[in-house]
Design a protein around this ligand. Structure first.
Ligand SMILES: *Cc1c(COP(=O)(O)O)cnc(C)c1O
Length: 464
């Protein structure tokens, strides 16, 4: 499989190169040159597969022969053996034709484990084969950091540095990052906010001259294609359990960077019969405004009960826009160059295509708490705030009641006690494997909000 940049300004690359980088050199994002497509017959034949087996069927066309099938099988099997539920991504019923897809059974209790457990192993495999080492540098406001550290802590050939805003992540989130053991994992608490962390990471990627010649930076946020690829799998898994491909299903997805729902959009393009894709947002509603009123414009950032969705601009949306512009890289580059300065819209015909695929609802904090309380009363299930937003959006959208609606449960409620307490409910305990989290030793270095503080630290701590 070859990958091309959404901006059309650099040569196509293979899976390995795309895995080992961040943005494309022209500032675009890598997408597959051609989306694989499965027949209904083929999808039907997967109905009884275990999760890891299904994953191999779905991802192999994206990798081609760049990784030997036996190696791929082994690393995918190992990745999902770490999950604390035999089905890996179980479904739970939430009323008539409404379902929850539980994506929080991985080691850090959020859906990001699905991709990052595999990413760490994929990197190690490719780097060993090429006798190469890399440095991962990422900024996090929460879930990505812990999942990335956990996914890479065994990677012999990776040094991973994660920045988070000092004193601005929840206790559980900080503990989950700073207690990951490993001589290749480093936590830096930056004296600034999340945007400052991101700015530093961007600047470091743009000028990597502080690294030795044999080293490069790799991104672990969802601009990394491999993350998106691994997330396509659970759309197939959930739909198959409810009778696909002979039954059509819909999904509601709590959305921040548009990575998770973009994977659902790809699953649909690959032949999975999906009816609606609901983009559920919190008060940071740029995508809702675009989908509902064809207005694409940045506003101010709000801090909400669902911090993993507190995002002003969803980077993966460019991957979708690329298709919406019929892969016209010049038109997309022009559109993106005007973005941020003015409110943008697409043509009427393009907008109708958006609406034919997506619905969107924005949910505020007060409503999020109401939904948490209501679902607890009705079903005895405690939702985390991100998941509650997805459930609310699913219920708001008028959907065909004959089509199962699957809401993605993106995090375990114990991670986000603030919203749950505000909803008047006792937060459930952390699962067994994390019971002693608050007793574990933390490792973290506080640094000033300056690029060179971070690059100096990297230089002196990366392994030779
Ligand atoms: C990352 C995250 C999201 C948002 O996912 P995107 O792929 O960024 O849209 C939603 N919920 C939780 C719990 C997350 O950690």
């Amino acid at each position: 499989m070859k990958y091309i940049s959404t901006r059309g300004g650099c040569p196509e690359q293979g899976f390995e190169q795309v895995l080992l980088t961040g943005l494309a050199p022209d500032g675009g994002l890598y997408v597959p040159a051609e989306l694989p497509r499965f027949s209904l017959e083929e999808i039907r034949s997967w109905q009884d597969l275990r999760y890891a087996e299904l994953a191999l069927r779905v991802i192999t066309p994206f990798i081609g022969d760049e990784i030997a099938p036996e190696s791929l099988r082994q690393l995918v099997e190992e990745s999902y053996a770490n999950f604390d539920h035999p089905e890996v991504a179980p479904l739970r019923q939430l009323g008539e034709n409404q379902w929850l897809l539980e994506l929080y059974h991985g080691p850090t209790l959020a859906f990001k484990d699905f991709a990052l457990q595999v990413l760490g192993r994929l990197l190690d495999h490719v780097l060993t084969k090429n006798n190469q080492r890399v440095v991962i540098l990422g900024a996090t406001s929460g879930d990505t950091g812990s999942a990335a550290l956990e996914g890479c802590r065994h990677s012999e050939r990776v040094d991973i540095f994660i920045l988070h805003p000092h004193n601005r992540v929840s206790d559980v989130q900080r503990k989950q990052m700073t207690t990951v053991a490993g001589n290749n994992v480093f936590n830096l608490a930056v004296q600034g906010n999340f945007d400052d962390c991101q700015r530093i990471v961007k600047a470091a990627f743009a000028d990597q001259s502080f690294l030795p010649d044999d080293r490069q930076l790799v991104a672990v946020n969802s601009i990394n294609w491999a993350r998106i690829m691994m997330q396509i799998v659970y759309y197939f898994s959930a739909a198959l359990k409810l009778g696909a491909p002979d039954q059509t299903v819909s999904f509601s997805v709590p959305t921040g960077n548009f990575g998770d729902i973009y994977a659902g959009y790809l699953a649909k393009g690959m032949g999975l019969p999906i009816d609606r894709l609901v983009v559920a947002t919190n008060e940071n509603d740029i995508l809702s405004r675009f989908i509902n009123s064809n207005e694409y414009a940045v506003t101010e950032l709000s801090h909400t009960f669902s911090p993993s969705m507190d995002i002003l601009v969803s980077s993966n949306f460019e991957r979708y826009l690329f298709d919406l512009f019929d892969r016209d890289t010049a038109a997309l580059t022009n559109f993106m160059s005007r973005f941020g300065q003015q409110s943008l819209s697409v043509s009427e015909q393009q907008w109708q295509r958006v609406r034919a695929c997506f619905d969107s609802v924005s949910v505020d904090d007060a409503t999020t708490c109401e939904v948490i309380a209501e679902v607890y009363r009705q079903h005895g299930i405690v939702l985390d705030p991100h998941t509650a937003i997805g459930v609310k959006a699913a219920r708001e959208c008028k959907f065909d009641s004959a089509v199962p609606m699957i809401s993605l449960a993106t995090a375990h409620p114990a991670k986000f006690s603030e919203a749950i307490t505000a909803a008047g409910i006792t937060t459930p305990p952390l699962p067994d494997q994390l019971q002693d989290l608050f007793q574990r030793e933390e490792r973290c270095t506080v640094v000033a909000n300056e690029l060179h503080q971070v690059t100096d630290y990297l230089q002196s701590h990366m392994r030779i």
